[in-house]
Design a protein around this ligand. Structure first.
Ligand code: MG
Length: 377
């Protein structure tokens, strides 16, 4: 094979980011080759992807009949394979954590879309990284900051993470208590999976992004701000020490950050990506974020600042609470209450090991479940 072709292992190939990653790879067959696919429940789509991309290696928790010559491996075996150059971690939840650590240990570049990896174990992940560009963020905000920082990494004053505000940003406190899962799943500017769409509506998504930004760019929490920007055109802003601001702009389309994470440091010309017509943008609005109406943002910031196993507990409790909300068992404003109560009951471990993070995760799931069941009766 042409040695300039990057060999990609894609974990989470059937999710939204996974499918868009394959779209980029399909557009640039001379640049990227899929050597491994891993997916969870969507077997039908995985089978189609295997037929199209013909990866050598496959992971699925359900046994499929693989074409001749293709091998089943675990995700850890896949990411340690010497035939892999880039690992795209497009899974969600804690499942991406161990494969990411293994990929970094074996010197692979990781294009990271799985938020929980850095939130649950940021310190461990950053310490395992062997050089800075070994992690390429796929999240649009972190990709924006990463792009703004090219060439001037150490003169940063503040980061501004932009947030669309989700579908309910203008709602009053009492109105928020009445919103349904179906309404929350209608995001105004981004098309995403169900869990992250609810996290965008509660602003937990932005809270997790604060913690991710802290670890990725080594910036203290009090220098990371969130601003509401409903148009989702500016994907984040860096303020430098001389007060110069740099921002990254583009139409909201995850294919751009995915493509940049794969092609870095190169930029590729992709005709499928829409051009932003600045004259069509009549205005770009910004406003401060309201921590009172969106308590998840405050809970995430506090958990990040306190560190230890608090962020892992935050993630796990949020997953449980969001599941209850999606099943119409609790109301929207009960989500932060469940997370808050779980965090209050937690005894954190400082500088946790991987095992301690995973134990905290299980404890938090059980605790949040009990609190949610009590609250939903
Ligand atoms: Mg984001």
């Amino acid at each position: 094979m042409d040695s300039s072709i990057k060999r990609v292992a894609l974990l989470g190939s059937t999710g939204s980011i996974g499918q868009q990653t394959l779209e980029i790879i399909r557009t640039f067959p001379q640049k990227f080759k899929v050597v491994a696919l891993a997916a969870g429940r969507n077997v039908d789509l995985l089978v189609k992807q295997i037929q199209e991309f013909e990866p050598e290696l496959v992971y699925s928790p359900l046994k499929l009949s693989l074409p001749r010559g293709k091998k089943y491996l675990t995700m850890e075996e896949i990411v340690s394979c010497p035939d892999v150059d880039i690992v795209v971690v497009a899974t969600s939840g804690k499942i991406g954590l161990i494969p990411t650590l293994t990929a970094l240990k074996t010197g692979k570049r990781v294009a990271l879309a799985n938020k929980e990896v850095l939130v649950m174990a940021g310190e461990m992940v950053i310490k395992t990284r062997q050089y800075e560009a070994q992690i390429s963020p796929i999240d649009s905000e972190h990709s924006a900051i990463w792009q703004c920082l090219q060439g001037e990494r150490d003169k940063v004053d503040r980061l501004f993470l932009t947030a669309s505000g989700g579908p309910f940003y203008k709602y009053s406190f009492s109105h928020l208590a009445e919103v349904t899962a179906a309404e929350a799943l209608q995001h105004p500017t981004w098309k995403m999976g169900r869990k992250v769409t609810i996290d965008s509506a509660t602003l937990m998504n932005k809270g997790l992004e604060i913690i991710e930004a802290h670890w990725l760019f080594d910036i203290p929490f009090d220098k990371i701000e969130v601003i509401i920007h409903p148009q989702s055109i500016i994907h984040s802003v860096v303020e430098f020490t001389d007060k110069c601001l740099k921002a990254q702009l583009s139409l909201p389309d995850m294919r751009l950050p995915i493509q940049y994470a794969l092609s870095y440091p190169e930029r590729l010309s992709n005709p499928a990506l829409p051009s932003l017509d600045l004259c069509q943008m009549s205005c770009l609005n910004f406003e401060p974020v309201d921590y009172d109406r969106f308590p998840c943002l405050r809970l995430a910031r506090e958990a990040g600042e306190k560190g230890g196993t608090y962020p892992a507990v935050l993630c796990a409790a949020d997953e449980v609470a969001v599941e209850f909300f999606l099943n119409n068992q609790i109301n929207f404003m009960t989500i932060p209450k469940i997370i808050d109560r779980t965090l209050e009951l937690h005894h954190s471990v400082e500088q946790p090991s991987l095992d301690e993070v995973l134990v905290a995760d299980i404890w938090a799931r059980e605790t949040a479940l009990r609190i949610a069941q009590e609250g939903s009766q």
